[in-house]
Design a protein around this ligand. Structure first.
Ligand code: NAG
Ligand code: NAG
Ligand code: NAG
Length: 453
């Protein structure tokens, strides 16, 4: 439209013989990738032979009321070039007035160059006509390599989504998912699957859903891909692993219980052994007591010394047992720290069991003490008997002295009698006399020296 008007104006002007200028940028929009070195073309025609020409490029942002900046200004015939502060080192002009060319060259364009560029040509004495034209520059950004992610559990029967996103891209990239099976052969996706904005939604996935998923992110200028390998696991496998863990835990618990049971058994056996040992010891005590009784005629001290080790060993035993119990309870506490709460009651049971056994042990101990006191009773009994014996002994001594007295008397009488017999018939029977006058306690026979001599 504008072109036609300007052409007609130009025609009119040409026909009227008046100079007319027409400036033109061939396209309204130019697309280039970011970082490219670009050229924006600008042409002009004039009916006069210009003595001087000024070509100016300005840029203006798309924002409302955006200020325009001068990119570059070229003065003909001086060849002088002025570059705007924002385009220093990047902008240049490819100008040829005779050919009506004033192209703008921009290097390493950025997203900031997404602007409208206007080319203005000023020729003195040719101010009528179309002195400027503009075009917009679209700086494109290739999509960055997208990232592919899985959201959800890759298990049978689950609904999951695969996400694909490029960090940048201008214009914004579009995404497309394709799938390949485990043999890397292309395949159609399940009809219910949706692919929107880089989000691929998979419903009720199964083993067949496994495979490769490739996302392509693309815009006008380029494309980039990412891929993901989806392995859908049967949920039973996870249940299986859970069951495996539970089983392992159960096995550990069983082993623990067995170990504890064995420990208890050993403890029990020890107790029984100990109980047997106690009886044996008691037996020894009795034996030693009888020995003592036999021996103690020599002295009572020996019995006491015999007794001392027994007392000591009993104390030892109780000490050892106490320590054993402590050890075991220590170990038990260690274990219980590792144990689970639900085994707490079990523990309490065993503990009370333990207490029972302990009280059992205490019972046996008191039993043992009873027997000991019993023994002490017997000992005191023995002492009684001993004193009794001593009494009897002193009694005997008394009687002995008594007997001696009587003997003296008897011998006196005997002497008398002898003298008398000597005098009478000399027939006295010594034995008969002995039988008659022997003392009633012959335990320790008095020496018969007196008779023989
Ligand atoms: C653009 O031009 C600059 C020099 O101004 C050069 O170093 C760079 O390699 C060019 N880039 C391209 C994509 O041609
Ligand atoms: C999911 O797929 C299985 C077969 O793979 C089918 O038996 C089941 O009915 C499906 N469930 C739903 C909710 O579609
Ligand atoms: C998937 O991506 C890797 C790099 O991440 C690449 O080596 C492989 O060729 C890709 N596979 C497919 C099927 O695109």
């Amino acid at each position: 439209m504008e072109g036609r008007i300007s052409t007609s104006i130009l025609l009119c002007l040409v026909l009227s013989g008046v100079g007319a200028i027409v400036v033109d940028i061939p396209k309204d929009e130019y697309e280039y990738a970011r970082g490219d070195n670009i050229t924006l073309p600008c042409t002009f025609t004039t009916t006069v032979t210009p003595k001087s020409v000024t070509i100016t490029w300005k840029s203006q942002g798309a924002e409302f009321h955006a200020k325009s900046d001068t990119v570059i200004t070229y003065f003909y015939p001086d060849g002088e070039i002025e570059v705007g502060t924002k385009y220093q080192g990047r902008a240049s002009l490819d100008a040829d007035v005779s050919k009506g060319k004033g192209d703008l060259k921009l290097s390493s364009i950025t997203l900031a160059d997404n602007k409208t560029f206007e080319c203005t040509v000023l020729i003195p004495r040719d101010a009528q006509g179309i002195t400027a034209d503009s075009a917009s520059l679209v700086v494109l950004v290739a999509p960055s390599t997208p990232t592919c992610t899985i959201q959800g559990k890759a298990e049978y029967g689950q609904d999951i989504t695969l996400k694909c996103l490029s960090a940048e891209g201008s214009p914004p990239p579009t995404y497309k998912w394709v799938s390949r099976d485990t043999n890397n052969m292309p395949r159609a996706l399940d009809p219910r699957t949706t692919d929107q904005g880089g989000i691929l939604s998979l419903y009720n996935i199964s083993k067949d859903t496994s495979g490769y998923y490739i996302c392509t992110s693309s815009n006008k200028i380029r494309s980039a891909t990412c891929n993901i390998t989806l392995t859908v696991m049967p949920p039973s496998m996870n249940i299986g692993s859970t069951a495996g863990i539970i089983g392992a835990v159960a096995a550990v618990l069983i082993v623990l219980v067995i170990i504890i049971y064995c420990c208890c058994c050993r403890k029990k056996n020890k107790d029984e052994e100990y109980a047997m040992g106690l009886h044996e010891d008691e037996f020894h005590d009795k034996e030693q007591t009888t020995n003592g009784e036999r021996r103690h005629i020599d002295g009572q001290e020996e019995i006491l010394s015999n007794d001392a080790p027994n007392v000591k060993s009993a104390a030892d035993r109780s000490d050892r047992n106490e320590r054993d119990y402590d050890d075991r309870s220590d170990r038990y506490e260690e274990r219980s720290e590792r144990d689970y709460d639900d085994r707490r009651s079990d523990y309490d049971d065993r503990r009370s069991d333990y207490k029972d056994r302990r009280s059992d042990y205490d019972d046996r101990r008191s039993d043992y003490k009873d027997r000991r006191s019993d023994y002490d009773d017997r000992r005191s009994d023995y002492k009684d008997r001993r004193s009794d014996y001593d009494d009897r002994r002193s009694d005997y001594d008394d009687r002995r002295s008594d007997y001696s007295d009587r003997r003296d008397k008897n011998s006196d009488r005997y002497d008398d009698k002898r003298r008398y017999d000597d005098r009478r018939d000399h027939r006295l029977d010594d034995d008969r006399y002995d039988d008659r006058d022997r003392p009633p306690v012959p335990a320790l026979k008095p020496p018969r020296k007196d008779y023989k001599d």
